[in-house]
Design a protein around this ligand. Structure first.
Ligand code: ADP
Ligand code: MG
Ligand code: MG
Ligand code: MG
Ligand code: MG
Ligand code: MG
Length: 673
């Protein structure tokens, strides 16, 4: 979750006056980062995943499964000086705080080497070790599950121990502040988003329509504790939608992220652009969240929920009427310098970076930037820009006359820097821009987009290979129930990235089409029902014609496209000389690919579909789209057995015969840590 410095966070009213200071110095820091690391070349294809967990408290007598809000001390046990730190180090794992007090994130401690086949085979083992260690710190009735959303978040008495929704930070009608990470950064983030916006965030998710489904979210209480309490009745809550009113409904979800290091900035830009195409496809394929706040949703993914949950734009910026008169400018108070902004700061990317080909000539001779496949017309969204930042970057030259920012790269940062800082620490305002990245990261890490372009720090001079180089992060995927699945998707995305870097495919399509694909990915059962815009011929270097393909066709191939699985298989063969087979040393890969292939074809249900079916066929389901405590408990118990690979029947049901039996007989989760 970005930076976690200690100190006194300023409330919105006081932090505002430093907004421009943070942006200006953030860009100065970025320039120092570029100066140090611009000429890095031939960096290794290192990579790593991030897995997020939700901590549950199962009560087998009462048949409840609640989220634990008093187990967050485990992070201290797991981190430096903690009692488990030895184990953490010995097992090459690392734990990080998350937004929810009921959440935790874990990564490999040292990144994997993408040049090493052995490392790919070790990914799942590393994930298993993380889970074993974290569960060991919990004990008793508590257990970590990798579910994207907790079904009863915000429903009645859903926390363990009990807590009430009356906290000042979120002012939510449903979520107690006890669900928010205790570190001051998080309640401040929550409060400042609301204050800037001038209203509480309003999340409306289409409600799944069943026989007895209410027309209006009937779980919204009338209350008059805070000024914002009446908002749902003033139009913030929409008919036929599930209404949620707090950052935690989004940031309390778990996802799977992959970060890879590219050989150079030029290659990182090409990889970023190529991966863009896959962000909606893999959002769809990993869909795992059909339930929000105790209701079945008419969508399968979390993405737009998080987007709405941190949307700090004022009514004017969003181009809508305020809920209460006179509140157009929210916490900004007046119109000065304020523009309409099309999207939330958590959203899909709006522009390609451009696969620049002649960086040296561009830098030193002032030649126009030349691109491989990228062309300006592909950036057809025209996102809002911070023109001051844009001018500064495009005019920037180093002492020896080098300029780093061609148009699309300058636009990228100028777009990120339209946002205000959300949390500023009083003790961290005047910083040394040659060593600190805080101000840059303040803006960068609160632009939560489908991809993140991660520049290196000021320490990352070309010879310093111990410090990370130019990285790209793939951020759209939902977390999966088993480590097997999470490993499969992590490895697949990483290998696909390497295949692209090695074979120079042209996946560019106009970025507005990717935007449309994001919308399609939100539809219920999009994996099997939707057709997505896709490049017609990925080997054609000049033609940008698109076609529409299903996820099945994109993954498994169609008449015109060989399919991503084939692309990755060809890469595995040429790089490591292996072929996939259900037996032998690399059989695990075979099953990873089978999983992805069958999810795409619909032979294996997506996690979302499995969960939806489970609810709809539960004996207590009343055809009203509601999930009660018993259904929740039974579902999570079932998912627990799937996680633990302990019940063959459950595995066969969740996957299919082939993968279910294979996993049951080839457990990977019995390491001694
Ligand atoms: P963030 O939360 O900012 O995305 P994290 O540190 O939580 O970042 O996770 C980033 C991932 O990147 C981890 O899996 C980590 O192992 C991996 N990683 C670390 N160093 C490198 C590197 N040089 N290149 C690629 N990935 C790296
Ligand atoms: Mg995280
Ligand atoms: Mg992280
Ligand atoms: Mg993070
Ligand atoms: Mg309890
Ligand atoms: Mg991340």
């Amino acid at each position: 979750m970005g930076l976690l410095s200690l100190g006194t966070p300023l409330p919105w009213d006081q932090s505002r006056e430093y907004n421009e200071h943070i942006r200006e110095n953030g860009i100065s820091q970025l320039l120092e980062m570029f100066k140090a690391s611009f000429h890095r070349l031939n960096d290794t294809y290192l990579w790593g995943d991030e897995v997020e967990y939700i901590i549950l408290d199962f009560n087998n007598e009462a048949k409840t499964a609640k989220v634990s809000v008093d187990k967050d001390y485990i992070l201290e046990d797991l981190n430096e000086n903690g009692v488990f730190y030895g184990k953490v180090l010995d097992n090459n794992v690392n734990f990080h705080p998350e937004y929810g007090r009921f959440m935790i994130e874990a990564t490999p401690n040292k990144p994997y080497d993408g040049e090493s086949l052995k490392d790919y085979l070790y990914v799942e083992e590393n994930m298993v070790r993380r889970r074993i260690i974290a569960n060991e710190t919990l004990k008793g009735t508590h257990k970590l599950l990798t579910i994207t959303t907790y079904p009863l978040l915000g429903v009645r008495d859903f926390t363990s121990p009990s807590s009430k929704p009356n906290g000042k930070a979120s002012q939510s009608l449903f979520l107690p502040d006890e669900t928010i990470n205790r570190h001051v950064r998080f309640p401040t983030l929550t409060a400042n988003i609301r204050e800037r916006r001038g209203e509480k965030v309003a999340i409306n998710v289409p409600l799944y329509q069943d026989k007895n489904t209410p027309k209006f979210d009937d779980s919204i209480p009338r209350r008059s504790l805070f000024n914002h309490d009446d908002e749902p009745f003033l139009g913030a809550a929409k008919p036929n939608h599930i209404y949620m009113d707090s950052m935690g409904f989004g940031m309390g979800s778990s996802c799977l992220q992959i970060t890879v290091q590219a050989p150079s900035i030029a290659r990182a830009r090409y990889l970023y652009d190529s991966w863009a195409n896959f962000t909606p496809i893999f959002l769809s394929l990993t869909s795992a969240s059909p339930i929000f706040k105790g209701f079945l949703a008419d969508q399968d993914v979390r993405w737009n929920v998080i987007s709405m949950s941190v949307d700090d734009r004022t009514p004017f910026e969003r181009d809508v009427k305020p809920l209460k008169e006179g509140n157009e400018f929210g916490g900004l108070k007046d119109k000065q310098g304020v523009k309409k902004i099309a999207k939330s700061r958590y959203d899909s990317i709006d522009a390609y970076l451009g696969d620049i080909q002649n960086y040296d000539e561009f830098l030193t001779n002032g030649n126009d930037a030349k691109y491989g496949y990228f062309n300006e017309f592909l950036n057809d969204i025209n996102p809002c820009l911070n023109s001051k930042v844009y001018d500064r970057l495009t005019k920037f030259q180093t002492n020896n006359g080098e300029k780093y920012f061609d148009t699309p790269l300058a636009k990228h940062f100028a777009h990120l820097f339209i946002r205000d800082p959300l949390v500023i620490f009083n003790e961290r305002i005047q910083l040394d821009n040659t060593t600190s990245t805080d101000h840059f990261e303040n803006i960068q890490s609160t632009n939560w987009q489908t991809l993140r372009f991660k520049p290196p720090t000021q320490k990352a001079i070309p010879s310093n290979k111990d410090t990370p180089g130019w990285r790209v992060e793939f951020r759209s995927m939902e977390i999966q129930i088993t480590d097997f699945e999470n490993a499969a998707f992590s490895i697949f995305i990483t290998l696909l990235g390497d295949a692209i870097l090695n074979n120079n495919y042209n996946f560019y399509i106009p970025i507005s089409k990717i935007e449309e694909n994001m919308k399609k990915a939100h539809k219920r059962d999009s994996t099997i029902n939707e057709k997505f815009h896709f490049k017609k011929d990925v080997n054609d270097k000049l033609n940008y014609e698109t076609t529409e393909l299903s996820v099945d066709e994109i993954i498994n191939g169609s008449g015109s496209f060989i399919g991503l699985i084939e692309i990755v298989k060809i890469h595995l063969k040429s790089k490591f000389n292996i072929e996939l087979s259900p037996s032998g040393e690399y059989s695990r890969f075979y099953y990873y690919f089978q999983l992805i292939s069958k999810r795409a074809s619909g032979e294996i249900l997506t996690t979302a579909k499995y969960i939806r079916n489970f609810v709809q066929s539960h004996k207590d389901y009343n055809y009203d789209s509601k999930v009660d405590e018993t259904i929740n408990y039974d579902l999570l118990k079932k998912l627990e057995t799937v996680t633990e690979l302990s019940d063959k029947k459950a595995l066969v049901e969740f996957f299919d015969e082939e993968i279910g039996e294979y996993l049951f007989n080839n457990k990977f989760n019995e390491f001694v840590v």
